[in-house]
Design a protein around this ligand. Structure first.
Ligand code: NAD
Ligand code: 6OD
Length: 487
């Protein structure tokens, strides 16, 4: 069935007035899903105006309890329509349903529930103060919503990453205009139906589809009616958005790219390290910002680790989302396939030993039209090779041996990025020691992508600005006014 997308502005679905659109293609087999309208300045303007009116109107007047009850109902409605979200997400991305049904869709609901708890329990500071005249003064913080928030989201975990921002923004009293990735328009559109079904006032949640530069993305981030911009995507896009945010000095919250290391020590539990590294390298076809693309393995276990990861990679079944035996899906698009394949070629040019993969798999029937690549492992690259330095965002990794803990830490940190790291060791002291030296926002020990939504999430160095999650989200989604009352 054909699935055309629509903008969702002021509580109503519309195709807008630009007359421009693009064809949304399914990465599994290249089939036509439907068309997506491209929003322009007028659509962005209408969405920002609707968001402002809701903020100054019904949404702004609600009690915290009314607002959080409504957002709990949004989470319940996502769960009630679980299969619709699952189907839409897997059509857009080609990811296995087994993955999306465990991670993407449940998190779409959890991201709303979690922040209703934060909004209900948040308190602010109070500092009584002595004054020279003896009467004293009282300082207290008033936390107010930041206002209209622009949410720019990527295609790899579309519902999860979009609601990770919309959930806290709305729970803390803001309104939003979302510009989803052009590759994955469906679940953001579907969420509009959910908002209407549970009675969220019109204008609170708006979606305008479009591209980045000279399109809806740029127009939204430059709009003077936007009070803050939260973005997840590539570091280079973050640089562009930061310039756009400079007009009017709008604050930004950025979750950006990574080139994440895994450190595997000889004292690890090998079974767990292999299972975890299989997931961190190949889950979602390697299209996870937290994913591992550099694996450093202590020399005594290097050969065994490489052999077992190779065996695991070769055992992954490429297939359709709905097939329960599918272990890995396609890349998001033909364009991204071309980018990943260019790195596969570069690795060979730069002297890699290809342990497995390195090309396009033979797919049968209509799957041959999809954007598939083989799960790939390299060894033997120099530390400055492109595939060791640059984010590829595909199902691939380079494995390199190390001899000392100091060397492993130095290699792990030798990158402009600083998003995530995974450390595999059974030595408790080493685990804490190494984790404390990782120059990243998130360091997992003997696990990967194990998430507690109360924790600080974000990247160090070129991997982000700010932290979101739990009370950390208050920093960006609210503005504090200190009230100083002279008594
Ligand atoms: P992208 O940066 O190409 O696009 C992300 C979004 O930005 C899209 O909606 C796009 O239309 C929009 N955009 C592009 N140019 C813009 C502009 N000038 N102004 C406004 N909007 C613009 O990223 P992607 O390819 O969708 O996602 C993959 C990237 O995202 C990878 O680099 C990955 O590491 C990163 N990522 C990071 C995290 C994290 O939490 N740190 C999470 C997921 C993905
Ligand atoms: O789990 C999360 O909250 C989160 N933001 C995950 C990001 C994954 C990146 O691809």
């Amino acid at each position: 069935m054909r699935r055309d997308a629509a903008h969702f502005i002021d509580g109503a679905f519309t195709r807008g007035a630009t007359g421009k659109s693009w064809r949304n293609l399914c990465p599994t087999d290249g089939s036509f899903i439907g068309t997506v309208p491209e929003g322009g300045r007028a659509e962005i303007d209408a969405a920002v105006k609707a968001a402002r009116a809701a903020l100054d109107g019904p949404w702004g007047r609600m009690t915290v309890a009314q607002r959080t009850d409504m957002l709990s109902a949004v989470a319940d409605e996502i769960n009630r329509r679980f299969d619709d979200f699952l189907e839409a997400e897997c059509l857009d991305t080609g990811k296995p349903m087994s993955l999306a049904s465990h991670i993407d869709i449940p998190r779409g609901a959890a991201n709303f529930k979690m922040f209703t708890d934060v909004a209900k329990t948040v308190s602010t500071e109070c500092f009584p103060m002595a004054t020279p005249d003896g009467t004293g003064a009282l300082n207290y913080g008033l936390r107010r919503p930041r206002g209209v928030i622009a949410v720019i989201s990527p295609w790899n975990l579309p519902l999860l990453l979009m609601t990770w921002k919309v959930g806290p923004a709305l729970a803390l009293g803001n309104t939003v205009v979302v510009k989803p990735s052009e590759e994955t328009p469906l679940t953001a559109t579907l969420l509009g139906e959910v908002m209407n079904a549970v009675g969220v006032p019109k204008g609170v949640y708006n979606v305008v589809h479009g591209l980045g530069p000279d399109s809806a993305g740029e127009f939204l981030t430059q709009h003077p009616g936007v009070n803050g911009i939260t973005f997840t995507g590539e570091t280079r896009t973050g640089e562009a958005i930061m310039k756009q945010a400079a007009h009017g000095i709008r604050p930004v919250s950025f979750e950006l790219g990574g080139k994440n290391p895994a450190l595997v020590f000889a004292d690890c539990d090998m079974d767990k390290a292999i299972e975890g590294t299989m997931r961190s390298v190949f889950a979602n076809c390697g299209q996870v910002c937290l994913g591992t693309e550099r694996v450093y393995v202590e020399r005594p276990i290097f050969d065994e680790f490489v052999a077992r990861l190779k065996q695991g990679a070769e055992g992954l079944r490429l297939g359709r989302p709905e097939d329960p035996t599918t272990g890995i899906g396609p890349l998001i698009s033909k364009e991204h396939q071309g980018k990943v394949l260019s790195y596969y070629a570069k690795a060979v040019e730069e002297g890699a030993t290809v342990i497995t993969g390195g090309g396009v798999p033979a797919m049968e029937g209509d799957l041959a039209e999809g954007s598939w690549v083989q799960p790939t492992i390299w060894t033997g690259l120099p530390d400055d090779a492109s595939c060791v330095v640059e984010e590829i965002f595909g199902p691939c990794c380079h494995i390199r041996p190390f001899d000392t803990e100091e060397e492993a830490v130095r290699l792990a940190n030798a990158t402009p990025y600083g998003l995530a790291a995974a450390v595999w060791t059974e030595n408790l002291s080493r685990a804490h020691r190494v984790a404390a030296k990782m120059d990243v926002g998130i360091c997992w020990v003997n696990s990967w992508f194990l998430r507690d939504l109360r924790t600080a999430f974000g990247g160090a160095k070129a991997s982000g600005i700010g932290r979101e999650g739990g009370v950390h989200s208050l920093e960006f989604y609210t503005e504090i006014t200190n009230v100083c009352v002279k008594l």
